[in-house]
Design a protein around this ligand. Structure first.
Ligand SMILES: Cc1cc2nc3c(=O)[nH]c(=O)nc-3n(C[C@H](O)[C@H](O)[C@H](O)COP(=O)(O)OP(=O)(O)OC[C@H]3O[C@@H](n4cnc5c(N)ncnc54)[C@H](O)[C@@H]3O)c2cc1C
Length: 404
């Protein structure tokens, strides 16, 4: 039996290795880029956050989030780590549950998978951009501009639209649609959020820990605690990625309320600022030693305290305003950055059209899909790659079953 796999990214490589565990199965892995795992190589800021020990039901989203439960349950993070270890990859888990290669290099993950794919029953075709798929009486014909591959079963592992510079594209959605499948609305997620607050440009590059709450028309929409990074356009970093899903969609006024000192009560902070009134330093130094210097200055100015005034001359109301800005600073949000900047695509091919216990299409027997092309996206912190491994392996194992 020949299994064709379109897409040599995370889920496609996992599917290929799982299918090829049966020696009688011949796998043809087709990747349009010049190398395998191009996006994988860029994950986790080049470190590849390949899983999360807490990845389980509840960490996944989509029109039907429970679709992910079976695949994740069959191949949970511990199984993924054992599998990687069997391929020769050493990993390390942080206290947060995020798992990285011990080498701290995403390259190691790509290389280990690439080496594992060097098996007699796996053929890798690089630079093979699938343009069309045709269902035949006994299988599929997969066509690029130059070549045609015939296979008995076909796995679509083309990934999503996010990260367009790293190979994200509409291709998988189009191929599956051409076979009769349908797609939900695609949105960027795990993405920076833009603001029209002018102060942000002066904070570009500043990183700080904070608690972030997203408010829509004054109602709490999402919240998270972690690292925030200011960018030229707005807010980024893990804390923002975690709350970015569906922000600024569907109208309304969107705000991000930031608490830059989540561990300190506002009264305690006010007490500390009052103590500082004994000094004759300028007001621009009021938050020195508490927050990043640049952030301290911008917050003080943002609440209208003149930078040159001596701290000793500030009124109690001035100090209260600064303390409140530190504890609850509102940044208006305009929109998320585009798909090119997003890590993951929310939305995708409708999961009710697939059997979650096999990843096989309910419309076309012998057709499978896995990874981000499906309408499943995970939380920030290794959940999306865990989905790629779990769904990819399930698709590969199922496609390789019952061969003649
Ligand atoms: C910058 C960035 C950082 C990220 N960091 C993390 C992280 O640290 N942890 C985490 O869990 N997730 C992370 N993600 C998300 C994660 O990388 C993806 O969810 C995951 O790679 C999806 O796996 P996939 O196999 O579905 O798709 P991909 O890994 O994108 O693979 C799809 C492959 O299919 C190929 N392809 C597409 N169309 C065709 C075609 N027509 N013919 C042939 N080949 C085709 C593509 O070239 C690509 O190689 C990150 C994403 C980005 C963009």
């Amino acid at each position: 039996m020949v299994i064709g796999i379109i897409g040599g990214g995370a889920s496609g490589m996992a599917a290929a290795l799982a299918a090829a565990e049966k020696e009688q199965v011949q796998v043809i892995l087709m990747e349009r880029q010049a190398r395998l795992g191009r996006k994988l190589q860029a994950t986790g800021n080049g470190r590849c956050n390949l899983s999360n020990l807490h990845a389980a039901a509840g960490g996944y989203h989509g029109a039907q989030p429970s679709f992910a439960d079976y695949a994740i349950g069959q191949f949970p993070p511990e199984a993924a780590l054992r599998w990687f270890r069997s391929l020769g990859l050493f990993t390390v888990a942080e206290a947060s549950g995020r798992v990285y290669p011990y080498s701290d290099q995403a390259n190691s993950v790509v290389d280990i998978l690439r080496f594992a794919l060097e098996k007699p029953n796996i053929t890798v075709k690089l630079g093979f951009e699938v343009e069309k798929v045709k269902k035949t009486a006994d299988g599929f014909r997969v066509l690029s501009k130059e070549e045609t591959v015939s296979c008995d079963r076909l796995i679509v592992a083309c990934g999503g639209l996010a990260g367009t510079k790293l190979g994200g594209s509409m291709s998988g959605y189009k191929l599956l649609r051409s076979l009769g499948h349908s797609c939900t609305k695609l949105r960027p997620t795990l993405v920076q959020l833009k603001t029209n607050w002018g102060g942000v440009a002066g904070l570009k590059g500043v990183r700080t820990n904070c608690h972030a709450e997203i408010l829509r028309d004054g109602e709490l929409f999402a919240r998270s605690t972690g690292e925030l990074q200011f960018t030229e356009y707005g807010l980024s970093g893990p804390v923002i990625f975690e709350v970015s899903r569906d922000v600024c969609q569907g109208g309304g006024e969107w705000l991000c309320r930031l608490d830059f000192l989540p561990e300190v009560a506002v009264d305690t902070l006010e007490g500390e600022l009052t103590r500082r009134r004994k000094t004759h330093l300028p007001a621009s130094e009021l938050l020195t030693g508490i927050l990043h210097n640049r952030l301290g200055r911008v917050l003080t100015q943002a609440v209208g305290v003149p930078a040159n005034r001596s701290i000793s001359e500030l009124t109690e109301e001035d100090l209260r305003r600064v303390a409140r800005a530190v504890k609850a600073f509102d940044v208006s949000l305009t929109e998320p950055m585009g798909m090119d900047c997003a890590q993951v695509t929310a939305g995708g091919i409708r999961t009710e059209e697939f059997d979650e216990t096999t990843m096989e299409s309910r419309l076309i027997p012998g057709l499978y899909a896995c990874g981000e092309v499906l309408d499943i996206d995970g939380d920030c912190g290794g959940y999306n790659l865990q989905w790629a491994w779990s769904s990819g392996r399930l698709a590969g194992e199922s496609a390789g079953r019952n061969h003649t």
